[in-house]
Design a protein around this ligand. Structure first.
Ligand code: AMP
Ligand code: MG
Length: 494
């Protein structure tokens, strides 16, 4: 491994200056024969990186073979509730934070390699990632960003030239991930569960300064922090619900404090509308089903709240009373955020009770017809715009009911304050045509993993860059899978 002195990434690391209990200082383990699959240069530029350096140089960095000047590589310590069960020690078992970058707009980002080798938190794992999940995370996280959903980003994907052993030998990969931070609910749980109140305060203050500095102005900083976190979670979940995103492993260690979608594992987008949809092979009881996500976010909020009690008030009962209000208030906030997102998808203002009624009726019809979640909203906008008028109707079996629904809905549209033209415009910028459908993502993974052919991934990634505009590409990119193409199960691949 060579330590280069050339500065291509301007690191400014704060996590590494925390006391050592928060992490293990450790470098990535080099890999044999790395190949750069994709470098998201647009994102690199936004981060102020010198993207003109040759690809070989970046291949070395993104594979962990070269530690760029200014990096202070480390693995973060955290705990977490996995499927409701507390695991006192998790931590970055296969990821290494290289450091932080501050952009020209003064936003701070973590740069992390995922799949970069063992750490003290590897717990018997190999510290590596298979290539398939790297491709999946790259495609889906970038698609989420374009769909205006807070998320970690993908800066690059590399092949390691080494095999990893899961059920079978598979090619290995490394993803370079960019995040507002990698602070998790589980980070707080680690220190709170051990009653390390000093450390808990250090990490809470660090988090507040990094993500919720406005809480410093309030009378009870830590309570305000919890409240602001709750609001961000609610807004995030509402956005997931709006596009049919199913995270799949909403454990507290996979819940980012910054309010970003993080840790893309067996996540997937729902095709036909059904709130009980689950793809993840490990989610046997449907804990993380599409329709459960708001309640699970509340559960995770309660976990964070429990951690913060000693910081909120010395009197435990008083502290519990204050956090209970925030936890209970979460349902109202998340439901109202979801209602706003969803009503806008059908061109209506959620403040009107009738809009909510109309939405509810539409969803019921979509469910009984197994209508495609993405196309139904998009075609509804087309219908209002007098384009492809039959497309919307064709998604429904219950022909009479959907005609009735349309009549009632048009009445509401006409009663809206905004003009029909601006409603159509709004609907067509909210309702995507193209999403990273599971079968398309799987196709890209298969071609990459089995044949080293990344053209399928590149083409899909290109289409997903402009999700709201009809493109001159194969219809396949917008359509739900044929029955034979349906992917029923997704895997963590860890
Ligand atoms: P995840 O499923 O990515 O949320 O990971 C859950 C926990 O398992 C985290 O602590 C990971 O760092 C750890 N982990 C997952 N895969 C591996 C692996 N291949 N080697 C070591 N640790 C892993
Ligand atoms: Mg995780």
């Amino acid at each position: 491994m060579n330590n280069s002195n050339k500065t291509v990434i301007n690191f400014e690391n704060t996590y590494a200056s925390l006391p050592e209990i928060f992490y293990q200082s450790i470098s990535p383990s080099p890999v044999k024969d790395p190949k750069l699959i994709i470098f998201n240069k647009k994102l690199g530029k936004e981060l102020g990186m010198d993207t003109d350096k040759d690809n070989d140089y970046y291949t070395e960095i993104f594979s962990g073979n070269t530690i760029p000047s200014g990096a202070s590589p480390l693995a973060q310590r955290y705990a977490g509730h996995q499927f409701g069960n507390f695991v006192p020690q998790l931590g970055d078992g296969r990821a290494i934070l290289l450091g932080e970058i501050v952009t020209a707009n003064n936003n701070r980002f973590d740069i992390q390699l995922k799949g970069s080798g063992k750490t003290e938190f590897s717990r018997g794992g190999d510290g590596r990632s298979a290539l398939g999940p790297v491709i999946r995370e790259y495609l889906i996280s970038e698609a989420m960003h374009v769909l205006k959903i807070p998320t970690t980003r993908a800066l690059s994907a590399v092949e390691t030239g080494e095999q990893v052993f899961r059920e079978t030998p598979l090619p290995g990969g490394i993803l370079t991930r960019v995040a507002g931070s990698h602070l998790r609910v589980g980070t707080f749980e680690y220190f709170a569960s051990r009653q390390l109140t000093n450390e808990l305060k250090i990490i809470a203050d660090y988090t507040i300064n990094r993500h919720y500095s406005e809480a410093n102005e309030s009378k009870n900083t830590y309570l305000t922090f919890l409240e602001l976190f709750a609001k961000k979670q609610a807004s995030l979940i509402a956005k997931w619900m709006g596009v049919g995103f199913i995270h799949g492993v909403m454990n507290t260690d996979n819940t980012s404090i910054s309010g970003e979608t993080i840790d893309y594992g067996p996540c997937a987008f729902m095709d036909n509308y059904d709130p009980s949809t689950v793809f993840s092979s490990i989610d046997r009881h449907g804990r993380y089903a599409f329709g459960n996500q708001p309640q699970i976010a509340q559960w995770n909020l309660a976990s964070l709240a429990g951690c913060l009690l000693p910081l909120i008030d010395n009197n435990e009962d008083k502290a519990k009373d204050s956090v209970r209000k925030i936890i209970e208030g979460f349902s109202g906030i998340v439901n109202s955020d979801i209602s706003e997102v969803m009503c806008l998808k059908i061109g209506l203002n959620s403040k009107n009770k009738k809009s909510q009624e109309s939405l509810k009726n539409l969803l019921a019809l979509m469910k009984s017809s197994e209508a495609d979640y993405t196309l139904a909203f998009r075609y509804l906008g087309d219908y209002l715009n007098n384009e492809n008028e039959s497309s919307f109707r064709e998604l429904f079996n219950n022909k009479v009911e959907i005609e009735h629904w349309l009549v009632d809905w048009l009445e509401l549209i006409n009663a809206e304050e905004s003009s029909k033209k601006s409603i159509i415009e709004s609907m067509q910028t909210i309702n995507p045509i193209y999403i990273p459908r599971n079968h398309l993502v799987e196709r890209a993974i298969k071609a990459g993993v089995n044949d080293g052919d990344y053209s399928v991934m590149f083409n899909l990634s290109l289409v997903l860059e402009t999700p709201y505009k009809l493109q001159e590409v194969d219809q396949d990119y917008m359509n739900p899978p044929q029955p034979s193409e349906r992917v029923l199960e997704t895997f963590c691949g860890t």
